[in-house]
Design a protein. Sequence first.
Lengths: 429, 172
Amino acid sequence: MRKLATCLLLLCAAPAFAQLQLTITSGVTDPIPIAVVPFERAVPADGGIDVAAIVQRDLESSGRFKAMKRTDMLSRPTTASAVDVLAWKQQRNDYVVVGRLTAQANGDIVVKAELINLLTGLSMMDKPWTVKSANLRKAAHRIADEVYRLIIGVPGAFDTRIAYVSVDGKPPTQKYQLIVADADGENPLAILTRDRPLMSPAWSPDGSKLAYVSFENRVSSVWVQDIFTTQRSRVSARAGINGAPTWSPDGKKLALTLSGSNGNLDIYLLDLTTQQLQRLTDDPGIDTEANFAPDGSAIYFTSDRPGSPQIYRLGLGAGERPKRVTFTGTYNARPRVSPDGKQLAVLTLDNGAYRIGIQDLATGTMSILSKGRQDESPSFAPNGAMVILAGREGGKGILQTVSSDGQTSSKLNADAGEVREPVWGPYQK
Amino acid sequence: MKKLVSTALIAASLVLFAGCKSKPPPQPPQQEQQNTGDVSGVNDANAVAGDDTATAGPGGELLSKRIIYFDFDRADIRADSQSVVAAHAQYLSKNPSQKVRLEGHADERGSREYNIGLGERRGQAVRRALLLQGVAEAQLSTVSYGEERPAVAGSDEQAYALNRRVEIVYLK
């Protein structure tokens, strides 16, 4: 809570920058009909925030739900017992969400939300969420997560954060910002602004820090920054390239790409406590973009040792050698492992276009997830159901989310400048 | 302070090189010397306005050309750039206290971190050519910006060709 308060304070002081707009571009052919009835408000403690609208937008952004228009609602119940099951069912709904906000004497707000299954007539969820009024959006995302879990069977990832790089201005005078926002693009906060490139943000497993690359001293260096206090420290500024940081699952180490002065890019493991450096790859080709398997037993990385970039897996046990993983097409790079460790999202060259592919690690089958010509930077949501990626539209970088089965997608457009390198953060405590 | 960091970096490169014969041993690059005063100033508005380490450098028909262009997915110096590289090599060998930074770049296609690798490969190609023509290691440093600092905006072949480059930056 204290951390969130700090975060909000910073938000008030933050300068203006690109705000993201979410648009749902395609959904499943048979989305689940649901009615999210406006909640009973707590005026003025709720600050005018429409909790039901946030829940509805979260559910619709997943592409799996079709929400009833408010103007079509014949009644607006706020408790399950007041829901006329037959009437809502006749209006072709499968589920109804109702709820109410109550202000407490200490300033907290209790949000009680119920989910009614119209096929059984039973209430599936009757749970209070108590939050500070400033965190009402968070409560809404948590309700959406719970509704998603109860209906779809896997947890939602609405109460999570994303980070991305925003770029303003024309070359060679551009402004780079590292931004942290809610998964729906709201509450954006610039945690760093520089006149030199920022790239490759990576979330720590506990969601409290970002590692990234900055060129602020004209050469590359890797930094770790606390997103709440915004304090940062430089963890690698060795001769040559310092790039592509990713965290080990225990949060104690970073895998990095270093080149030394001779320009040979290889992957190293940096212990953040002892500063000890261990070399993981040793090849004259470009080895970069490491990503850990969720159990920490292996890394996946990009290497052009076969003549063009391909993905390799290196088990971290003693004496293990890198093994090639991708064999589809001439260009596969930037691997990201799914949270269950069964799939790999990669940047792949598909019929002359750079797109995001998903490779099943057991069968080796690759399927193409995105439809752009210059898509890049895939990152899995912590529930594995969605991938966020960067694309281009009208010559500008935009962000997109696509479901891991490719069926649904939505866009996050910046109202100014362009956005790139999205990374989906872990579940929050 | 910024100069100090650059100097420290070059010094660190030198230390690394001292240990390198023809085949570099597989050992981790060393952490540069920490200039604590500078690097702890992390919350300063230390954004760089312009490039205070760059200098006009020598003039002349070939020497005023500071950009070497590359073909798609290639890091070899094209025939039409050999004379430019040779002119810089000659000038630098005659002026052994002059230092240059070789800034490698890639076009925007493909993965960003992999493109950092491609830009570095181009910078190293120019570095090797200069070394072969008598320039001392101590005069040269490389940095790769990958696709992060395009010379021109645009997503067509013409823009790509102008962005695949190594810039030779004369330092003060």
